[in-house]
Design a binder for this molecule. Structure first.
Ligand SMILES: CC(C)(COP(=O)(O)OP(=O)(O)OC[C@H]1O[C@@H](n2cnc3c(N)ncnc32)[C@H](O)[C@@H]1OP(=O)(O)O)[C@@H](O)C(=O)NCCC(=O)NCCS
Length: 181
């Protein structure tokens, strides 16, 4: 089994989470602003949830069904977010998901991490398609998708129920042959 990759960019290191990250995840992912526009983030963030979540990563990697990496600052090692791919092996495609802690928003960190993970997805597991979705009311995430070159494929109307309200999802994707052209 290949080790979980570590991806280095100009300002970031994307590396596997360890249990030592759990208090940081609990604190940073616990902000309402993170839960508000993600699909599976509990809020309030329960005690023990970070440890449980981190505990799933290695198995998911070994099954080839996903990769989750901590977004950390190269200079200080500070944890600032998470990014990952949920892989569908049958279809050679993956869904990208991410969050960046509120104090670090608007500095291009998510775009930098997403670009590196997109590159890994095509060069490492050699995926055919990488896609991502965002709630229509979350344009910052759509901007990240646009900045890494994903193409808008459409709006899935009232596709999800978020906190008792049906919401539209915007869907973006990049195909392997587009990436290499
Ligand atoms: C979405 C998120 C990951 C973006 O992280 P980030 O590090 O701030 O992203 P970046 O700085 O790389 O890019 C954000 C872009 O959105 C733009 N933006 C921010 N708010 C915006 C808004 N309301 N409308 C349009 N664009 C907006 C920023 O200006 C920036 O674009 P620019 O570089 O051209 O100026 C972060 O806001 C987040 O974690 N949100 C909560 C969790 C979440 O929504 N995750 C994604 C689920 S699909």
């Amino acid at each position: 089994m290949n080790p979980v990759p570590i991806l280095t960019t100009e300002r970031l290191v994307l590396r596997p989470f360890t249990l030592a990250d759990a208090p940081g995840v609990h604190k940073l992912a616990g902000h309402f602003e993170i839960a508000d526009t993600t699909m599976n983030m509990p809020h309030p963030y329960p005690d023990g949830a970070a440890e449980s979540w981190i505990g799933t990563h290695q198995k998911t990697w070994e099954l080839g069904s996903g990769l989750t990496l901590a977004i950390t600052l190269k200079d200080s090692g500070q944890l600032i977010g998470a990014i990952g791919l949920t892989i569908n092996k049958d279809h050679h495609r993956a869904e990208m998901g991410y969050w960046v802690a509120v104090p670090y928003w608007g500095r291009g960190f998510c775009t930098e991490a997403a670009r590196a993970l997109l590159d890994y997805g095509f060069t490492g597991p050699k995926l055919n398609k990488i896609y991502a979705t965002h709630l229509a009311r979350n344009p910052a995430s759509g901007k990240v998708m646009q900045k890494i070159g994903m193409k808008y494929e459409g709006c899935l109307r009232q596709h999800v129920k978020k906190w008792d309200k049906f919401e539209d999802l915007a869907y973006y994707g990049t195909l392997r042959n587009e990436y290499y052209n």
